[in-house]
Design a protein around this ligand. Sequence first.
Ligand SMILES: Nc1nc2c(c(=O)[nH]1)N[C@H]1C(S)=C(S)[C@@H](COP(=O)(O)O)O[C@H]1N2
Ligand SMILES: [Mo]
Length: 209
Amino acid sequence: MLGKYFQKPGKEEGDGAANAKGDRVPPGQHLAKGFPVLTYGETPQVSTEEWEFRVWGLAKSATFSWSDFMALPQHEFTADFHCVTRWSKLDVKWTGIKVTDFMSLIELDPKVAHVMEHCYGGYTTNISVEDFLREENFFAFKVFGEDLPSEHGGPMRLVVPHLYAWKSAKWINGLEFLAAEELGFWERNGYHRRGEPWAEERYSNAFGI
Ligand SMILES: Nc1nc2c(c(=O)[nH]1)N[C@H]1C(S)=C(S)[C@@H](COP(=O)(O)O)O[C@H]1N2
Ligand SMILES: [Mo]
């Protein structure tokens, strides 16, 4: 059942297109047409009124509303997006809130080394604190100037540009702070723990690929 997520899709634009911006396209990736949607399972429908965001684990537990997030500084971000199924989309224009700005509100236990991202719908993905607390990571609520559509993770998703896009949790609704690494949904199902696209960290060795 998970098989289709591991397949290499056909090339949509040839190598020529990839070469033109070759220095931006990680090895083994090709440029996608449009902005594909990659979701495992159902698409949650969550209004901003009901949207709630929790932090727990090795941090002071807290709950945030949509308006709590909207009170934080908002920025425009342009970032390339790399899916492990081998498509990339360059120059995605997002509007969002820096992870570092949000995290300035959180009291962390000094033992925290890992973070589990939680989502409406039950998806999870793990990330180290170093990879999470980077200036270029953000919570996005608009893409190309429009409210983030639900299929792309609206009303709010995480965007972590330097890792494969499965770390960019759609419909994010919580962060669990951990001392030791735990694996999220795809990581338990054979994806790499970290997922750095320039090093092609696609699958875990345990998966046998
Ligand atoms: N909650 C949730 N987040 C998710 C996923 C998912 O299935 N559920 N898929 C991931 C994967 S594999 C990719 S490539 C990107 C795709 O984002 P997009 O559908 O906006 O292109 O979302 C990531 N975040
Ligand atoms: Mo993906």
